[in-house]
Design a protein around this ligand. Structure first.
Ligand SMILES: Cc1cc2nc3c(=O)[nH]c(=O)nc-3n(C[C@H](O)[C@H](O)[C@H](O)COP(=O)(O)OP(=O)(O)OC[C@H]3O[C@@H](n4cnc5c(N)ncnc54)[C@H](O)[C@@H]3O)c2cc1C
Length: 389
């Protein structure tokens, strides 16, 4: 077991860092820090991420993927600024799901633009009354004459306001019944719908929003009828997304620590730098311990996916630990700056707001504990059918 990066992994991480320093952070800094990025700006960034193969990380090379392991992906992913990283998780997971579930003809129509970063993708499962438990979905596909119509509302969807292609979970009522859950691909230019952003505490440059389908016409060839040989890609979906969200928390806590350690070495109180006080050193040690342990748990979960091991429990544990401990770490880092930590100038308050967003998508703390607990005990604590298989 080697717990150091290989030269290839180091070089992948350096490539992302260079991209962030040269082409992503300066763009984010130029735009309103409290407003969603304009779509053309986001597309420019997505195109650059596509040059590194990141939006198609999970696809086989033959299908346009970069041929990297999920651990490598996580290592390359970690330095991305949080709003971009969250959007990339949505884009990449949408591509992986489309690859897994679509026919060859559908793959050929939907994937190239998304993989190249020319189109924005998203996945819509959550609805106003359907969150952790996906069984309450009400969005419905019906038939009127020769036309298929989608009606319903999706909420808290990453990328939705800018999306070109949306993978939507809905009830299949084409034959009048309503029990079967299926997916349809909604292409915005063929199936127009209303979408707008939702103002939130953090990740304000991101594109989290809601959309409404009102008799939205769906071409029959955009209905997904079943898995098409990509089940492994799909099965690992949660086990990959969760450690990636954990790594977003790690990245945010690392940035908060970098600010705090610089400040602690220069800020003087009681005749010496505050970094020379014992309790400040203890706090700094706590922060680095939280970051390091979180990072390793996330790497472990991704590595288990690569080894083909069941990683559901490890992925749930990694996200829960990372989002809790890194949130505490950011709070501590902010405290180290005293009043300055509360100012916009110090740039740590934004990290504090951004990290608050991470514990909700792809598993709240409670849901993640239940998934891990189920693996530990073999006993089902959810009511009825399991959400988030
Ligand atoms: C930044 C962000 C990005 C997102 N991106 C997407 C996206 O791209 N696509 C998408 O479809 N959705 C997305 N979501 C939605 C997200 O998946 C849901 O918000 C999440 O599943 C939780 O659902 P909810 O908000 O309805 O909370 P609820 O499910 O209503 O839960 C409310 C509270 O009850 C607790 N709870 C629920 N059930 C149990 C239980 N059995 N035992 C104990 N406690 C329980 C929860 O832990 C939580 O604390 C995103 C959300 C955010 C914040």
């Amino acid at each position: 077991m080697h717990l150091t990066l290989t030269p290839e992994q180091q070089s992948m991480r350096d490539a992302t860092r260079r991209l962030v320093d040269r082409s992503i952070q300066p763009v984010l800094d130029k735009h309103d820090r409290d407003a969603p990025l304009p779509k053309p700006v986001f597309l420019e960034i997505l195109g650059k991420l596509a040059e590194l193969g990141l939006p198609a990380a999970r696809l086989p090379e033959a299908a346009g993927g970069p041929g990297i392991s999920m651990l490598d992906y996580g290592i390359a992913f970690e330095p991305l600024p949080a709003p971009i990283a969250v959007s990339l998780v949505a884009q990449e997971a949408t591509i992986a799901r489309l690859y897994a579930e679509c026919t060859d003809e559908q793959r050929a129509r939907f994937l190239p633009g998304l993989v190249a970063g020319h189109k924005v993708g998203c996945t819509g499962s959550t609805e106003p009354d359907t969150g952790s438990d996906p069984r309450g979905i009400r969005t419905r596909l019906t038939r009127r004459g020769d036309t298929l119509l989608l009606n319903g509302r999706k909420m808290w969807i990453t990328n939705v306001s800018a999306c070109d292609t949306m993978l939507v979970t809905c009830l299949d009522s084409r034959d009048g019944s309503s029990d079967r859950v299926i997916k349809v691909v909604v292409e915005r230019d063929r199936s127009p719908f209303e979408a707008h952003e939702i103002a939130t505490i953090g990740l304000r440059q991101g594109m989290l929003g809601e959309c409404v389908f009102e008799d939205c016409p769906i071409p029959p060839e955009n209905v997904i009828e079943g898995l098409r040989g990509g089940t492994a890609v799909l099965k690992a979906s949660w086990s990959i997304n969760r450690p990636l969200f954990g790594l977003i928390a790690v990245g945010l806590a690392q940035r908060a620590y970098d600010i705090a350690i610089d400040y602690a070495k220069t800020r003087r109180q009681f005749g010496k730098p505050i970094a020379a006080h014992q309790l400040v050193q203890k706090n700094l040690s706590d922060i680095v311990t939280a970051i390091t342990a979180s990072r390793l748990l996330c790497y472990q979960a991704l590595s288990m996916v690569d080894q083909g091991q069941g990683a559901a429990g490890a992925a749930a544990m990694a996200k829960r630990f990372a989002q809790t401990e890194c949130q505490n770490a950011v709070f501590q880092a902010m405290n180290l700056l005293g009043a300055m930590g509360l100012s916009e100038e110090a740039r740590i308050e934004r990290i504090y707001r951004d990290i608050r967003m991470i514990p909700v998508p792809d598993g709240t703390n409670e849901i993640l504990a239940l998934i891990h607990g189920r693996e530990l005990t073999g006993l089902e604590a959810f009511r009825g059918t399991m959400p988030h298989g």
